[in-house]
Design a protein around this ligand. Structure first.
Ligand SMILES: [Zn+2]
Length: 296
């Protein structure tokens, strides 16, 4: 069995897995690991290589995602944390399967009696003590996890309202995993569109009701994406309205969508100038609009 985890299929042209993608990866590898004894384990560079021989013989007690992190716990008090950033992926194979990626790209290989779980190309694979996890960066500072059933919207609101973020653009702040965990570039773009918020508005310019609505919208979109009941009553993965659609007509008003790089990570932001208008006093979005080459 190979994880049907094509991130392209999950996210249009994106390769950056977000909270919903990690949730799906956890659901795929969980049956191969939970309750199973780790018969062999190995890890390879590039990057720091954890002493995964320490989990051989241990039983996996849980597999879960927290924001964009994968957390795998064992009954000897150790836990693995993986973070995929742009290029990593998780796959499950049966013994004897041929792999669809080069073994040289394997960062982590865990074998149980029923399957082989492989992480390819994750920049971060580390082994830590479970009891230290709540204090371990970046887990320690993660905001409430949007996909948790008991997600604490009040805490996310409080964090977003912290004085240090008041002058940050909402396009950057909504992806700050210390505010709330799970939103990446896809759901940033889509959430702000659905809320009619121009991405270059600063957090301090937004009123409380709008911020609360935005948090709820982000949560609903992520939940819909993984098939959970949601306040949008969506029963399937949400349609992309702006993400990767720069230069194309808005699905709602037919205005051509704009696009520009944003933030210290220079992430691609797309928005509708009509549905997400510039408001008085806000930062002017950069660049001039050039229609993308796209068949009409
Ligand atoms: Zn529009």
């Amino acid at each position: 069995m190979v994880i049907a985890g094509s991130l392209t299929a999950l996210a249009g042209n994106s390769t950056m897995p977000e909270g919903d993608a990690l949730f799906r990866f956890a659901a795929k590898i969980r049956p191969a690991l939970e309750g199973q004894v780790i018969r062999s384990a190995r890890s390879h560079g590039p990057g720091p290589v954890p002493r995964v021989d320490r989990i051989v013989g241990a039983t996996c007690t849980s597999v879960r995602s927290q924001g964009k992190n994968m957390l795998i716990s064992f009954d000897n008090g150790l836990a693995l944390r993986g973070h995929l950033r742009m290029y990593g992926t998780w796959k499950v194979y049966q013994p004897g399967d041929s792999w669809d990626r080069a073994e040289s790209q394997a960062r982590l290989v865990l074998q149980t009696d029923i399957a082989i779980v492989v992480n390819f190309s994750a920049p971060v694979i580390e082994l830590i003590e479970e009891r230290a996890l709540p204090y371990h960066e970046p887990i320690a500072r993660l905001g409430p996890n949007l996909l948790d059933d008991d997600f604490d919207a009040g805490e996310a609101f409080r964090r977003l309202r912290s004085p240090g973020l008041a002058r940050t653009t909402i396009g950057d702040a909504i992806m700050d995993q210390r505010v709330m965990a799970g939103v990446g570039n896809i759901w940033k773009n889509e959430t702000l569109f659905h809320c009619g918020i121009n991405p270059w508005r600063r957090v301090g310019e937004l009123d409380d009701d709008l911020i609360r609505a935005m948090i709820e919208k982000a949560r609903a979109l992520l939940r819909a994406s993984v098939g959970k009941p949601n306040s949008l009553n969506l029963r399937r993965r949400p349609t992309m309205y702006v993400y990767m659609r720069g230069g194309q007509p808005c699905r709602r008003c037919h205005t051509l969508l704009r696009t520009a790089p944003q933030g210290i990570d220079i992430r691609h932001t797309a928005w509708c100038p009509s549905c997400q208008p510039v408001t008085d006093g806000q930062l002017e979005p950069p660049g001039r609009f050039r229609p993308a080459r796209h068949p009409s």
